[in-house]
Design a protein around this ligand. Structure first.
Ligand code: ZN
Length: 219
């Protein structure tokens, strides 16, 4: 018989990423603590499936990660999915500055990060040091973050090409928790095009609306 107390790694993993059944009343102190955490993630299981509960200082994400379970579960429901920016929406003026930066960089690709300070609530832009930029390739270093600072949004341009996530982008985003955006056709008279997604839990999730205030764009 295996005793978890004898396996420090197994016990640590289950402690760091817990999994709780939802009681018929729909909540429990452990689930409430998971939802209220400043940072961390875990899973809850209800009659309507398995849900990932992920928290960052800037993000609350509740997202189903399974279909409803066919077996009868005498549990409550995990409830609706939710994605909420705890940091609030990003000031729209920062998006305009990013797009100006991308236009100045033409014909090359360029990049920008939106960073949020949890102590002050302030958003700032970081234009990273570029090691190599061409119209189809960009090598840059992510910003060094002070304690309490978080990358909310990782944005890059595809210059005059289309907006899509390349295999390189997918590899870069696989382990991150952030909003990822690509802009293309930067100086197109009809306006730039974009693709955006929320990277979390090893998944790429659609963004139902722009994270920038005053930006009416919807996928
Ligand atoms: Zn790209």
């Amino acid at each position: 018989m295996i005793d978890l107390a004898d396996d420090a790694t197994a016990a640590a993993i289950l402690g760091a990423v817990p999994c709780y059944p939802v009681p018929p009343i729909g909540k429990s102190p452990a689930i409430d603590a998971l939802r209220a955490a400043k940072a961390g993630h875990g899973f809850i299981i209800g009659q309507d499936g398995v849900m990932l509960i992920l928290r960052r200082p800037w993000l609350e994400l509740d997202v189903p990660v399974s279909s409803p379970i066919a077996a009868h579960l005498p549990y409550g429901r995990v409830g609706p999915s939710n994605a909420n920016l705890r940091c609030g929406r990003i000031p729209g003026g920062l998006l305009r500055r990013v797009l100006e930066h991308f236009e100045e960089a033409l014909p090359n690709e360029a990049a920008a990060f939106v960073i949020w300070d949890e102590a002050t609530g302030a958003f700032v832009l970081d234009f990273p040091t570029i090691d190599e930029a061409t119209p189809s390739r960009l090598v840059y270093r992510p910003p060094a973050l002070a304690a309490g600072s978080h990358v909310i949004c990782d944005i890059h341009s595809h210059g005059r090409s289309g907006a899509f996530f390349s295999p390189t982008d997918n590899a870069d985003d696989a382990h991150a928790t952030k909003i990822s955006m690509v802009f293309g056709r930067i100086d197109d008279p009809g306006g730039a095009v974009r693709a955006s997604r929320l990277c979390a839990g090893g998944m790429f999730l659609p963004m139902p609306r722009s994270p920038f205030s005053g930006d009416q764009y919807a996928e």
